[in-house]
Design a protein around this ligand. Sequence first.
Ligand code: FMN
Length: 315
Amino acid sequence: METYYFKQLKQMKRILVITYSQSGQLDEIVGNILNGMKGEVQVHHEKLKPIPDYPWPWKGTTFWDAMPECARLIPSEIEPLTINPNDEFDLIILGYPIWFLSPPVPITTFLNSDIGKKLLKDTPVLTVIGARNMWISAQEDIKKMIAEAGGKLKGNIALFDRNNNLISVVTIIYWVTTAKKDKYLGIFPKPGIAQKDIDSADRFGPPIQKAVESGKFEELQNELLRLKAVELSPSIVSIEKKGKRMFWLWSGFILKKGGPGSIERISRLKWFKRYLLFVIFAVSPIATLIFYLTYPFFFFQIRKKMKYYSGVNLK
Ligand SMILES: Cc1cc2nc3c(=O)[nH]c(=O)nc-3n(C[C@H](O)[C@H](O)[C@H](O)COP(=O)(O)O)c2cc1C
């Protein structure tokens, strides 16, 4: 009996879940995915805790102050994980939101830490994103960091807010600066990912379970794609790519005035805020119109790009 139990334990597949989520939205999504996995798996969940913690809700310039370090992938500090770095897992699920078209600093910190690299080495990874609607650039950063740590990205699930781009900017700013997930002014839609999209994330469980049990991950992303794990809007991707280049320039400009919280950089942060809101509300609608007018000329090129961003390979 004992031997049997030991055998069972030995064979039980192990999943390490790493998440960072301020509102808990991502933890809910990952929880639903795990609930959809019907077989026996042993799950260890680590919620990253930055030092110092980021504010929730965000107040004043602190929100904009997070941009430079996110954009430049500058790690900071996180509380020690409770796990033994020598532990081995059959799958790592990395769940993260997007900050300024980049991975949030706590995720960058984990991926660059010694323990993160040790855990990731030679281990299959599934990323789970809970974003407003612009996540492809951050995922490219994540793909690189996973590859540098020797991890093997095998799947990606990206849930997003399906509301119009400009409306979701208003509602997300309302949400993250008040921590209230209700209808702004009673007329805007609720911020964040629709509850039905969060609830139906359990559909991703079975293919993940199958891959973990068999140790065969090659078909996982295709199976997830069939379940609509990734849905891309070409015009949003186009705006995002331009935004990422601008964030790179702005972050360099701001970093010249010091690190996080530095008073010297406040004036540049305020200019960045004005610039960003102007671009989002005045320039991006025109850029979207131009994008669709020229769409037929770039059809094949765009289709190729969408295929790449839906996948898990790194160019
Ligand atoms: C500082 C900050 C910047 C953000 N930037 C983006 C972004 O560039 N693209 C995007 O799709 N969502 C962005 N969001 C929204 C987040 O991806 C996420 O949906 C929201 O913050 C809830 O995440 P949570 O799970 O941490 O609560 C941003 C949120 C914050 C707080």
